[in-house]
Design a protein around this ligand. Structure first.
Ligand SMILES: Cc1cc2nc3c(=O)[nH]c(=O)nc-3n(C[C@H](O)[C@H](O)[C@H](O)COP(=O)(O)O)c2cc1C
Ligand code: SF4
Length: 410
């Protein structure tokens, strides 16, 4: 992507993530200064105009989410940035924090102001040590420079800000489990409704936004929602970071306009396929992602989940024809068994049994009964679990069956 078209990564390498002065040199916190003179409703209107959808996987409209919390008359509200990011192969949120922590913090302050929150939390995965270090430092600098705390930049708006270090559990990326964890409870999802916009942290209206979503906010307020809405295609606006891995020449994180095909992400951005390798399929969205066979790489990842290629976390793993599919299936099953929070029986038991069956498949002791059980388990996990984790655990397996990628399961 051309340098001047970038939104999220535009100042990577220009900014020293350790120094607020360096961020100030590229116009940092100037958007906040202007926003503090705007009516919060106008700030939300600008975000709504942009068409920005949440980058945490669900693709919910950010302006709409902010509007829901802002419209509540309750005085105590919270704004939470979700930087739990535990989906295998996904590291864009961590990179955003490591390369430009103040861009994220400025976005959180703007979001908090827009919805009327007096306290913001940044929930960071406990395994991200460099990001933690840089964020802690950046928050301290923001306080010292009056971008946080009492009467921000001489305005009447005050915001308290807390960095919360999670333990690195996958389920704590789910917003209600994250809220439970923040409250000091077990990181398990809550029943919805009520939705977090009306009853979230400590039972108060709360916005939870992904770190990439928030990192787009300063650009949108600087250039206007309309300009942002003109980037992208097919009803999907703005830019998105994809993390590309597997048999590509240049694995890495690439910011691309929405509406870019899998093919272009692999060949134009990640340098194409390594010499001598033959692509079989790509998995889009981490271990919870769909499989896209090689012949259909022209597909365009999009929100929502019902689309042919849901974006999910934005990871793209390109798999070679030499890959042992059973090994890959076992790695998915291991991941979901380990990360199941254990709250509901179908997932706690189901992921365990699923893993055992796939292990037998890999070892060559897979029976006819196993095949039947596998189909039943997939249905159970897909349809009966308490939260979306159950569904996530069988997305790729269903595609293995659909495309006949595993001989024994045909
Ligand atoms: C099992 C599970 C794991 C999730 N993990 C993450 C995560 O690591 N980061 C994230 O931002 N959202 C994650 N989400 C989505 C969040 O629940 C929530 O929708 C998101 O943080 C909202 O932000 P957005 O509107 O900016 O996308 C997860 C959801 C589920 C069901
Ligand atoms: S589906 Fe899994 S992760 Fe979700 S509540 Fe049930 S046990 Fe926990």
């Amino acid at each position: 992507m051309e340098e001047n078209q970038k939104v999220l990564t535009r100042n990577w390498e220009k900014v020293d993530p350790k120094e607020i002065t360096s961020y100030r040199k590229v116009g940092g916190y100037e958007v906040l200064q202007r926003v503090l003179q705007m009516n919060p409703k106008d700030v939300i209107a600008e975000v709504s105009k942009s068409g920005l959808k949440g980058r945490g996987g669900g693709g919910f409209l950010t302006g709409k989410k902010w509007e829901l919390t802002a419209s509540s008359n309750v005085d105590e509200k919270y704004f939470i940035c979700n930087l739990d990011e535990s989906e295998p192969g996904t590291y864009k949120d961590r990179l955003l924090a490591e390369n430009n922590p103040h861009q994220l913090i400025e976005g959180i302050i703007i979001g908090s102001y827009a919805v009327g929150a007096k306290k913001a939390f940044l929930y960071v995965n406990g395994n991200f040590h460099l990001a933690q270090f840089l964020l802690e430092r950046a928050i301290r600098q923001a306080y010292e420079n009056h971008f946080l705390g009492e009467g921000i930049m001489g305005s009447e708006y005050s915001l308290e800000f807390e960095l919360f270090i999670g333990a690195g559990a996958y389920i704590c990326g789910e917003e209600t489990a994250l809220i439970n964890s923040l409250e000091g409870n077990r990181g398990e999802p809550r029943k919805r409704p009520p939705y977090t916009s009306e009853s979230g942290l400590f039972g108060k209206p709360t916005v939870v936004n992904n770190a990439e979503t928030i990192s787009s906010i300063t650009w949108i307020l600087e250039h206007g929602g309309t300009k942002y809405s003109q980037i992208g295609e097919s009803g999907e606006t703005g830019t998105k970071i994809f993390c590309v891995d597997g048999i590509v020449k240049n694995p890495g994180a690439y910011e691309v306009p929405m509406g870019t095909s899998v093919n272009d992400i692999i060949y134009k951005y990640a340098g194409g396929i390594v010499d001598g390798a033959e692509p079989w399929f790509a998995q889009i969205g981490g271990s919870a992602g769909v499989l896209v066979p090689f012949g259909t790489f022209g597909a365009i990842p999009a929100y929502p989940r019902a689309s042919y290629v849901p974006i999910g976390s934005g990871a793209i793993l390109v798999i070679s024809k030499n890959q042992d599919i059973k090994e890959l299936m076992l790695s998915w099953a291991n991941f979901f068994q380990r990360e199941s929070c254990g709250k509901c029986v179908p997932c706690r038991e189901g992921t365990f049994r699923l893993r055992a069956i796939i292990e037998r498949l890999k070892e060559g002791t897979f029976s006819k009964n196993d095949k039947e059980d596998l189909e039943n388990l997939i249905w159970t996990l897909d349809n009966t679990t308490f939260c979306a984790f159950g569904k996530f655990s069988v997305i790729a397996l269903k595609d293995v069956l659909r495309y006949g990628f595993c001989e024994e399961l045909k």
